[in-house]
Design a protein around this ligand. Structure first.
Ligand code: SF4
Length: 599
């Protein structure tokens, strides 16, 4: 166990003093929950899901929920070395290494052992490395099987574990699959009902959307694939179905605590919509957040007005902000109440002169566009239904409307991609710069490249990840083509994306490896030490096999994912394995294959 250090108490107090909206409740007679974001304060506080669960738990009179962050974070992962410990840019990794006290809550500076429940918010796979560290420093056994009666119950939720909880399943007593709103009353009943850990876990297992990893035994075949999943008894659900809030107009999802010490410190965040139905075949958010649920404008304006009292800039958040059917009406009303608007995700085919004007009036100087792929062929493969003309037109609208900087997001290493597709990506970026400059002489373009990570629960879940050498070579190809034009090309490191890919489709044998890894760079070496082969997790997988994440279900049927996988393969001219599809889906795949071979 770590020590409770005065300097850590001071850090939390300093943060508290600079925050607005902190919820402070008396502990008397209440059940204490530590809501833990396993990364730094600066990153966790920008996460609207984390903030909304904080409000939600605290809205229950019988709960008191306090925030805990995982500092120091794993060396080499997101945010390491970015000076986000205290908001002090001078802070360095070496400083973090010295910071080995016990994790403390921000609100009352209590250690995790004082809480009845520890709830991890898991949005990103690389945060998994910090879970074991937080628990160990708090004196809590990192593996659920080793916990004793006096330990808190360790639960988790969030997009990453709702898609595939398995790599961290052995560390967790329970996982909430999907959205938390529908289950708060059930959690209250279980936790306030008391009883032993075993009693509480048995009651949790009966709640919809709750996955108890210890209730399932996994059998592996000699080649490492999963042979069988055996539930503990006939009452245990298999798979555990994802929870979704029904009427998003019954509640607000918005910033709870504001702090000047984080990247989005000048912004109040409001969630507009849940879900995205565009069906991009690589996208975890798209497949796991259906159905699409828009909030009404009147409802959103209430949240905007509340936020406007605290911040001038309001950030509208959703997977596809510009798909809201009344977006223009909402923006007009936001400008009327004096708010500056920031949009988290603009769909290229929804950009209009009005939208650009609203952004310019709000002080926006950079617009982010995500064509994802440079060639029409690859956009068809990934189901990004955008034409070349639509993309270039969006850039023109931005330039004409007075936005001088355009950021473009592309994925490299997509299934079936060739060097020619990547050359088209570079040519498209160059054309966008040229068109934007026709309207705005000082226009600038920056390109961000992200090596593709095949994610569980998507149509690409069975695809192999492109190897590091090819991805690196394609990134260099883009740099060489665009550097001379003054286009800044940034990229996610292919090696770090590999680690993310292993975790995204991993099974529960990865948990001990996570617990043994202190530096991201050691992970693959440690995998081998544990007798596991990184390429097993990075290669293509059998569409008819049992996947580790088959224990949970997002509601999208497997035949549909197979159909989309087959369509992508067909359109890309790639081989299509036996998919065992219903007749209509098989016909859809065959039509794609014919279209792909005719192209
Ligand atoms: S990439 Fe964007 S548009 Fe496509 S499904 Fe995902 S959230 Fe929707």
């Amino acid at each position: 166990m770590g020590r409770i250090r005065q300097q850590d108490i001071e850090i939390q107090r300093k943060r508290l003093a600079r925050e607005q909206g902190t919820i402070r409740k008396d502990w008397g007679g209440r059940l204490p929950i530590a809501l833990c974001y396993p990364n730094s304060y600066a990153i966790g506080m920008c996460n609207l899901g984390f903030q909304s669960v904080y409000s939600l738990f605290n809205s229950a009179r019988e709960f008191v929920c306090e925030r805990v962050f995982a500092e120091p974070v794993l060396i080499g992962s997101r945010s390491a070395g970015r000076g986000d410990w205290t908001g002090d840019d001078g802070y360095r990794v070496e400083g973090r290494l010295e910071a080995l006290g016990e994790p403390l809550s921000v609100e009352s500076q209590r250690p995790l052992g004082d809480f009845a429940v520890v709830a991890f918010s898991l949005s990103f796979e690389l945060d998994y490395f910090n879970i074991g560290d937080v628990l160990r420093r708090a004196g809590i056994a990192p593996l659920a099987a080793d916990r004793v009666e006096t330990d808190p119950i360790i639960i988790a939720g969030g997009p990453a574990v709702s898609g595939n909880p398995e790599p961290v399943a052995p560390m967790l007593d329970a996982v909430v699959v999907g959205e938390v709103e529908p289950i708060v009353a059930g959690l209250q009943e279980v936790f306030l009902g008391g009883g032993s850990r075993a009693d509480q876990l048995a009651r949790l297992a009966r709640l919809p959307g709750v996955y108890i990893p210890a209730n399932y035994a996994i059998g592996y075949a000699p080649d490492g694939t999963i042979e069988r999943v055996t539930p503990a008894d006939a009452e245990v659900a298999l798979p555990v179905a994802r929870l979704n809030a029904r009427n998003v107009n019954d509640f607000h999802t918005m910033s709870a605590v504001l702090s000047p010490d984080i990247e989005l410190g000048d912004m109040f965040l409001v969630e507009m919509t849940r879900g995205c139905a565009r069906g991009c075949r690589f996208c975890l958010a798209g497949y796991t957040s259906l159905p699409v649920r828009h909030r009404h404008v009147d409802h959103l304006i209430q949240a905007v007005e509340q936020g406007r009292r605290l911040r001038k800039r309001i950030g509208l958040i959703s997977a596809a902000t510009s798909d809201h059917p009344q977006l223009e009406q909402l923006l007009a009303r936001m400008l009327e109440v004096g708010a500056d608007v920031s949009l988290s995700s603009l769909r290229i085919d929804r950009i209009s002169p009005f939208l650009v004007e609203a952004l310019v009036r709000s002080g926006t100087r950079t617009i982010t566009l995500a064509p994802e792929a440079g060639s029409q062929r690859m956009r068809d493969v990934i189901n990004k239904r955008l034409t070349h003309e639509q993309i270039v037109h969006a850039a023109e609208l931005a330039g004409r409307g007075g936005i001088p900087r355009i950021k473009l997001y592309f994925i490299v290493g997509l299934p079936g991609e060739t060097d020619d597709d990547v050359r088209e990506l570079a040519a498209l970026s160059a054309e966008i710069l040229e068109r934007a400059r026709e309207h705005h002489r000082g226009a600038r373009v920056a390109v961000n490249l992200s090596p593709h990570v095949p994610k569980a629960q998507t149509a690409f879940q069975w695809e192999a990840m492109e190897n590091v050498e090819t991805s690196t070579q394609r990134i260099k190809l883009v740099q060489r083509a665009l550097g001379p034009l003054g286009i800044d090309v940034r990229f996610e490191a292919p090696a770090a994306q590999r680690v993310q890919a292993i975790l995204a489709r991993g099974d529960r044998r990865l948990a001990p490896v996570l617990l043994d890894t202190q530096r991201l760079q050691q992970f693959e070496l440690n995998l081998r030490k544990h007798g596991l082969d990184p390429d097993f997790y990075l290669g293509s997988m059998d569409p008819n096999g049992i996947m580790p994440w088959s224990l949970v279900s997002t509601g999208v049927p497997e035949w549909y994912l197979k159909q989309e996988f087959g369509r992508a393969r067909g359109l890309g001219g790639q081989e299509i394995p036996m998919l065992d599809l219903p007749p209509k889906a098989a016909a859809v795949v065959e039509a794609a294959r014919l279209a792909g071979s005719a192209a």
